[in-house]
Design a protein around this ligand. Structure first.
Ligand code: IFM
Length: 453
């Protein structure tokens, strides 16, 4: 049954792609092995005070050495697809020029292992680990970094394009641009509005340059997309001021990336208001950025409630924190209906050919019980409710073709280090032992039935 055809209240269309997602810096470890270059997250995490408890990704889940075990766990769960990212500094240590054969070999083995196991690889080219050598030349604030990215995309497609059919250029460019260059919470840790908007534009340009590079090298059936972190922005009240605040939040958080990709324009009034104008746009940039894509990857975690606080002497776009709502360990409101709202809005406003949920999941304070089991019932409920929202969106006509739970296993949660656990699989960071949580078994049953259990 193709997506959009009639399905029962709990079923998913035949062939629905159930997967799990990870990212290189968060799981691989081996930060300086086999010729890998330094990445901006190596540098950031090695800088005292940047990461909770001084954690680093130096070892993390040691996936670089334990990938075969992780592959067996994916098989045990019955995954149909696995989304992972390539560490750019592992394959091109200086960001451009010399290629590291051992780095490429690692991803080659992983891809072959996945294919042998019948698990479709979804590759993300950029999940935030920029080579430090490029950062030294300005990183994403420099236009040249976009061209270096296209070169890197070409190297990866040349090596894996004969076997990998699904490519994601960027993961959450909003986070890399704004948490990394405006709020200073992520690498490279800047707090400069102009740098942040330049970083956002150059990532989009890099995306636009990489799409034809991938299409030229990969098989004709290759599917290319981008993953954005999106959040429905709702007004706190029905007042006009709050409505305007929600529109501003939507422009900054969602439309800043959706509009250039799907409409070839940037929304007005955002960069100016946040101190980032003028944007470093050159002729043809927006044409490149808006080249047709095969799919949109959606990362959904929560909604945003916007309020205008300017009359109270505060911000023109403040985020309201509701009382008495259920939240994850990240402090994010659990709001499954937002996933339905988001998917139907994307379908209506932007009409992507198809969509995947490339991330959805929750951090909870998981405990190992006396039997050695992890009874993460809140994660089970979270996933069930979000699967249900996605299923309703499919029934409403949204061409949603797959769902990747974040994350396969507990891992390095950026500035939060190892203090937040998102995995379907529990990681004992002392022994590196992996244990499937109750949510992992729940997911296994959903995948096997292709229905919400
Ligand atoms: O861990 C991150 C991931 O790297 C990107 N999306 C959000 C996840 C949870 O914060």
């Amino acid at each position: 049954m193709a997506s959009g055809e009639a399905i029962g209240p709990k079923n998913f269309p035949a062939g629905f792609l159930w997967g799990a997602a990870t990212a290189s810096y968060q799981i691989e470890g081996a930060w300086n092995e086999d010729g890998k270059g330094e990445g901006i997250w190596d540098r950031f995490a090695h800088t005292p005070g940047k990461i909770q408890n001084g954690d680093t990704g130096d070892l993390s889940c040691d996936h670089y050495h334990r990938w075969q075990q992780d592959l067996r766990l994916m098989q045990e769960l019955g995954l149909k697809a696995y989304r992972f990212s390539i560490s750019w500094p592992r394959v091109i240590p200086q960001g451009s020029g010399q290629v590291n054969g051992k780095g490429l070999d690692f991803y080659d083995r992983l891809v072959d292992g996945l294919l042998e196991a019948g698990i479709a690889p979804f590759i993300t080219l950029y999940h935030w680990d920029l080579p430090q050598a490029l950062q030294a030349k300005g990183g994403w604030t420099a236009r040249d970094t976009a061209y270096a990215f296209a070169e890197y995309a070409d190297v990866m497609a040349k090596r894996l394009g004969d076997r990998v059919d699904n490519w994601i250029t960027f993961n959450e460019p909003w986070v890399a641009a704004f948490l990394g260059h405006l709020y200073g919470e992520h690498a490279p840790g800047l707090k400069e509005p102009k740098a942040a908007f330049a970083a956002a534009h150059h990532q989009l340009l890099a995306h636009g340059l990489a799409v034809p590079a991938l299409r030229a090298r990969c098989k004709s059936q290759a599917q290319i997309g981008i993953t954005l972190d999106l959040t429905p922005a709702e007004p706190a009240t029905t007042s006009e001021a709050d409505n305007e605040a929600a529109l501003r939040a939507d422009k900054f958080k969602n439309r800043w990336f959706l509009d250039p990709i799907y409409r070839g324009t940037y929304p007005e009034g955002v960069a100016e208001r946040l101190g980032g104008a003028p944007l470093p746009i050159q002729a043809n940039d927006l044409q490149l950025i808006s080249a047709p894509l095969d799919f949109l990857g959606v990362n959904y975690y929560s909604r945003t409630i916007a309020r205008d606080d300017s009359a109270r002497g505060g911000s023109d776009t403040a985020h309201l924190r509701l009382e008495k709502v259920e939240r994850t360990e990240m402090g994010w409101e659990i709001y499954p209906a937002g996933l339905y709202d988001l998917l139907t809005r994307l379908h209506h406003d932007y009409k992507p050919n198809r969509l995947y949920i490339t991330e959805n999941g929750a951090a909870f304070a998981d405990q190992v019980d006396s039997d050695g089991e992890i009874d993460d019932s809140r994660r089970v409920a979270f996933l069930r409710d979000h699967f249900s929202a996605a299923q309703q969106a499919i029934r409403a006509g949204v061409p949603l073709e797959g769902y990747f739970v974040w994350s396969l296993l507990d891992n390095f949660e950026w500035a939060w280090g190892f203090s937040k656990r998102f995995g379907l699989i529990y990681l004992d960071y002392k022994t590196l032992q992996r244990t499937i949580k109750r949510s992992g078994y729940f997911y296994k049953a959903v995948i096997a039935a292709n229905a919400i259990e």
